[in-house]
Design a protein around this ligand. Structure first.
Ligand SMILES: C[S@@+](CC[C@H](N)C(=O)[O-])C[C@H]1O[C@@H](n2cnc3c(N)ncnc32)[C@H](O)[C@@H]1O
Length: 297
């Protein structure tokens, strides 16, 4: 398979990572849609899980390989880094189904390769807000319809994180499938998304996820500090994300009596109270009991 050489889009940023920093991200994905990782139908059979911006070494990519291959031993995995030295550092860990390549938002794929899932963690946080929408647009190019991207920000050890969960719309891929023309949907005007930012209609923003392992307690404000790039500067009066946080803080206070039963119970009760204020949340115990709050957008 031939690779079209192209200059990686983006910029090298700090490469800090940590053991198991993204474990809860992977566990979330395995619980949210296990079939996305295990499916072997059609183009999905060979399609990749892409870890974009794995950092100064590929530990998080290799940890995910171990986790995800328990449900799909043949899963093809691609770690992408924009920093050449970090790619070289990862090469000794490559094998016939684990690849490390130099690249950017324009993913370094071989002709015919497609993507089922992208994880981009602690990458966009180091960019400017204006870079957000173009990055999403670029990353959509080779993702199969129905595929997902989880893109977010975490604390240094991954105890607390938040992420956008975006699904590739069911449109014909222009590059990967050999079509010259973009479908008409792709030419439509930009759709409003969150705050002042916009993304093209290649992605449906399915949910905003908040995750905590409760090691640092439960404080709604902590989530505010690790919001994805498209929200971090939007927590201002008049923006939906501001209303959300104000309502969640009120809900946590209202539910404070549940605290006596433990932090998980308090977190769960705060979500139940928040849901009553009109926010579309997934209240299933399998999420709240594990410290995941899913806000459907
Ligand atoms: C802070 S590290 C995150 C490492 C790991 N994902 C984690 O969460 O622990 C961010 C990495 O993303 C890389 N990066 C930044 N922009 C990129 C881009 N456009 N394409 C690929 N890698 C990129 C940087 O070089 C850096 O190594």
């Amino acid at each position: 398979m031939k690779r079209v050489s192209k200059k990686p889009e983006g910029q090298s940023t700090r490469g800090k990572t940590a053991d198991n920093r993204l474990r809860r991200v992977d566990n979330f994905l395995l619980l949210y849609e296990p079939s996305l990782l295990s499916r072997t139908d059609g183009l999905f059979a060979e399609s990749l899980f892409v870890d974009l911006g794995y950092g100064f070494d590929p530990r998080t990519t290799l940890e995910s390989a171990w986790r995800f291959r328990r449900s799909n031993p043949n899963l093809r995995i691609l770690g992408v880094e924009i920093d050449k030295k970090r790619v070289e550092a990862a090469h000794p860990f490559a094998d016939e189904k684990t690849f490390f390549r130099l690249g950017g938002f324009n993913l370094p794929l071989l002709s015919g390769e497609t993507v089922r899932l992208i994880r981009a963690f602690n990458v966009l946080r180091q960019y400017e807000e204006k870079d957000f929408a173009p990055a999403y647009e670029r990353l959509a190019e080779h993702v199969l319809p129905g595929g997902l991207m989880i893109e977010g920000t975490s604390t240094p050890f991954g105890n607390v994180w938040s992420a956008n969960l975006a699904r590739r719309r069911d449109v014909i891929l222009s590059g990967a499938l050999g079509h010259d023309e973009s479908p008409s949907q792709l030419k439509e005007t930009l759709q409003p998304f969150a705050g002042s930012l916009k993304v093209t209609n290649e992605w449906t923003f399915e949910a905003l996820i908040f995750s905590t392992n409760f090691h640092s307690g439960f404080d709604v404000e902590e989530f505010q500090t690790i919001l994805p790039k498209n929200y971090i500067h939007c927590v201002v009066r008049g923006e939906p994300i501001y209303d959300f946080f104000e309502a969640w803080k009120r809900s946590a206070l209202e539910a404070a009596s549940a605290r006596t039963f433990g932090l998980k119970q308090w977190f769960t009760a705060s979500a139940e109270s928040l849901s009553k204020k009109g926010f579309e949340l997934d209240l299933h115990k399998k999420w709240l009991g594990k410290g995941y709050l899913i806000w459907h957008r």
